[in-house]
Design a protein around this ligand. Structure first.
Ligand code: GLN
Length: 532
């Protein structure tokens, strides 16, 4: 077995170039060559994890199986490669400092002055190398958040500089930049790339490979210019043009030999290009899906990234059902009894989105009522499931003031309640019910069928509140069935109304475990119902 190789992915010029997609694509391509890979993200902000961040700040919070709240790029890593990331794959400056400061308080530094170099950088290096994890990996891909030149990412850059020196050929630096097109001059400009590489070189890092993001095709002479100004081989300058779908990116990178270039740099024989048949089959399906199905996302965050994994799960399930899922954001704060019909008009199915806090919940409850009484396929996720339950309690069981303790501490009909172990929690970060828990499905239920007659499943969670078992029997007798139960804690994980076409709510987040090659069974089943 070869010793582990390290690939560092940095970005320059501007943010939002899609470093996460490039990192995930590199992972996919190396995996297709039979290598065991992992992908990790280092973020320069001070929060310990993004769990406490508002989605407007940082998009969706993605949850790993082992219950860590992470950056949404980990979702890309998992969807592209099917690997299961853990808390070791998402590191922030805050976590690095916390480790070092805790160690200092503990007296571990024996009287030394603790400094950014070497103490912080050593801790960064330790985590970049995944020391002590013993995973038998061939490749560790490390994506560094932010843009070259940011003050806060400097310690990460210094760690990469040192590691490159230490590891020699076992490390490769990939730098992602942007080549803008100036309409007035009708020219593609490479100057920002040159500056960005200079900045990197100024920190002692010579990139091995440049990935140029561009909206227009770059001719060879543009690539040649970049190569010669930046001291990079021509074959190591690849371009990443805008694609119709992010899932085309790995194939585009493979065509240009990105994986082969990495292997040559490291000194591994390149061999034949893998065919990636299942991936191509998926892309063919995606290209051929013509018929559209309109899905409404009822939520409060008017931002694409806030429901990233749900969106991707719907897209993927659509493609596997040979349709294009057209997603429409419907702001729950704007839904009223008067306009609910109009707001949801034309939707073949509705997702009631996860969330926290009071804002927008009455709109979600109205939407749940409308779809329940109008036979519109409905999928409630986490808070969405809780709103379905509250709606049922208010309008079917007749408890007008039914609510979740999260929204109304005094509610006499707390059909959604705080979990016992959550009652005395004062620290907000990382203390929810997080990560994968088992769930036992009721035989004969719709979800049991959707999962392919599996009884015991495991899904990821991120919530503090739960279905109150005191109402279970009453719900069951009036038609809302609790068809998924966590066997260890007897918590309700899934409700469904079997007499409806498709009316399912899950306390867990199935969207975290949809991947390109394995779309999630519940999203598949939901989309199928929407097509009918
Ligand atoms: N706010 C709800 C809870 O904490 C739901 C959380 C969510 O939708 N992720 O239980």
């Amino acid at each position: 077995m070869m010793n582990t190789k390290y690939i560092f992915v940095t970005g320059g010029v501007v943010s939002s170039l899609g470093k996460g997609i490039i990192s995930a694509s590199i992972g996919k391509l190396l995996q297709a060559r039979g290598f065991k890979v992992t992908i990790q993200k280092f973020d320069p902000y001070i929060n310990i994890d993004p769990g406490t961040l508002n989605p407007y700040e940082h998009g969706e919070c993605y949850v790993t199986e082992d219950g860590f709240e992470t950056d949404l790029d980990l979702g890309h890593y998992e969807r592209f490669t099917g690997i299961h990331t853990t808390r070791n794959n998402s590191i922030t400056t805050g976590r690095i400092y916390k480790t070092v400061i805790d160690r200092e308080r503990h007296g571990d530094y024996l009287g030394k002055t603790i400094q950014v170099v070497p103490h912080i950088t050593d801790e960064i290096k330790r985590r970049m190398l995944r020391e002590g994890l013993d995973e038998g990996l061939d490749f560790v891909i490390t994506e560094v958040g932010g843009t070259i030149g940011d003050i806060e990412s400097a310690p990460f850059m210094e760690a990469i500089r040192q590691l490159r020196w230490q590891l020699g050929r076992d490390a490769v630096c990939v730098h992602l930049t942007y080549v803008p097109y100036l309409k007035a001059a009708d020219e593609l400009k490479t100057k920002p790339t040159q500056h960005s590489v200079k900045e990197l070189q100024g920190m002692g890092i010579q990139p091995d490979i440049l990935v140029l993001r561009t909206e227009r095709h770059l001719d060879d002479h543009v690539r040649m210019r970049v190569a010669s100004f930046c001291n990079v081989d021509l074959e190591c300058v690849v371009q990443s043009e805008d694609m119709t779908s992010i899932y085309e990116v790995p194939v585009n990178m493979q065509k240009q030999g990105l994986d082969a270039a990495i292997m040559r740099k490291i000194g591994i024989p390149v061999g034949e290009t893998p065919t990636m048949k299942p991936w191509h089959d998926f892309l063919d399906k995606q290209r051929n899906a013509k018929h559209e199905v309109h899905i409404g996302l009822v939520g409060k965050y008017d931002l694409q990234d806030a429901y990233k994994s749900i969106r991707e799960s719907l897209n993927l399930a659509g493609i596997y059902n040979d349709v294009k899922a057209r997603l429409h954001f419907i702001n729950s704060e704007e839904i009223s009894r008067e306009n609910v019909a109009e707001k949801l008009d034309g939707m073949a199915g509705i997702i009631i989105c996860p969330g926290f806090g009071q804002r927008g919940i009455e709109g979600k409850i109205l939407a749940a009522e409308y779809t329940r009484t109008n036979e519109i396929p409905t999928f409630g996720i986490c808070l969405g499931m809780q709103m379905m339950v509250i709606e049922f309690a208010r309008n079917v069981l007749g408890y007008e003031d039914a609510n979740s303790r999260e929204m109304d501490e005094q509610t006499p009909h707390n059909i959604i309640d705080i979990m016992e172990e959550q009652k005395n929690i004062t620290q907000m970060g990382g203390t929810m019910r997080l990560g994968a828990y088992e769930c036992e499905l009721r035989k004969g239920s719709r979800v049991y069928e959707a999962y392919g007659d599996e009884v015991l499943i495991s899904e990821r969670h991120r919530h503090r509140y739960e279905f109150n078992n005191a109402y279970k029997e009453e719900c069951e007798s009036r038609g809302m069935k609790c068809v998924g139960i966590n066997p260890a804690a007897n918590l309700v994980e899934i409700v469904e109304i079997p007499e409806k076409r498709w009316y399912v709510g899950t306390q867990f987040h199935p969207e975290y475990s949809s991947t390109v090659l394995h779309p999630h069974p519940l999203f598949m089943s939901f989309i199928r119902a929407c097509i009918e």
